[in-house]
Design a protein around this ligand. Structure first.
Ligand code: HEM
Length: 164
């Protein structure tokens, strides 16, 4: 079922954007922690995925917390998620940004199943700080479903491994 048949793209967009109110990007200590905190959650709860982060394969949440690399990377991932949410009601821009994201990750040779799994991780992070409603979680999973569909299509068209 396409998102437009249940909630409109604009409704999904607004729910996702709203869920990021408390996770703003920026330069204050709180802003930096919003991004770094994602990787603390990620590394603590999904340790098997640390393998993709060269040099940080053994990092604990505490190591991530102290890491300038993950302060910076935290802002990058958080900005990417803000962008996905904000442009969701512009379908072609959304899909082009998905393809760009896939292209940039080619070098990491990731398991293609991770493109859907990411949204379980990300909503888990938002939920872990008590700032996610059920409706917002559902909106992110709809966005994630489209993200994943475009990812797998793009991987297929690029002759790379994809999930059928
Ligand atoms: C579980 C899924 C994912 C894994 C395992 C993963 C892995 C990585 C790795 C290893 C890096 C390099 C960072 C470093 O080594 O310090 C990276 C960079 C990055 N990732 Fe991901 N990624 C995932 C999903 C995503 C998604 C869904 C997005 C977009 C919403 C994203 C956006 C970025 C951005 C913006 C960068 C910074 C570098 C660049 O722009 O090319 N990642 N990712």
């Amino acid at each position: 079922m396409s998102p437009s048949s249940s909630s409109s793209r604009k409704e999904i967009r607004d729910l996702c954007v709203k869920s990021l109110d408390e996770k703003m990007v920026g330069t204050t200590e709180k802003n930096i922690e919003n991004g770094n905190g994602f990787y603390q959650y990620f590394f603590t709860n999904f340790p098997d995925l640390r393998v993709y982060f060269k040099g940080a394969e053994k990092y604990t949440g505490e190591d991530v917390k102290k890491s300038e690399r993950f302060d910076k990377q935290g802002q990058r991932i958080l900005l990417a998620c803000h962008l996905l949410a904000n442009v969701f009601d512009n379908e072609e821009v959304f899909k082009a940004y998905v393809r760009e994201t896939i292209n940039r990750h080619r070098i990491y040779k990731m398991d293609p199943a991770l493109w859907m799994a990411f949204f379980t991780v990300f909503t888990g992070y938002l939920n872990s700080t008590g700032s996610l409603t059920d409706e917002q979680r559902a909106a992110w999973m709809s966005l994630g479903k489209e993200f994943n569909e475009e990812s797998q299509l793009h991987l297929k068209n690029s002759n790379l491994p994809y999930v059928h």
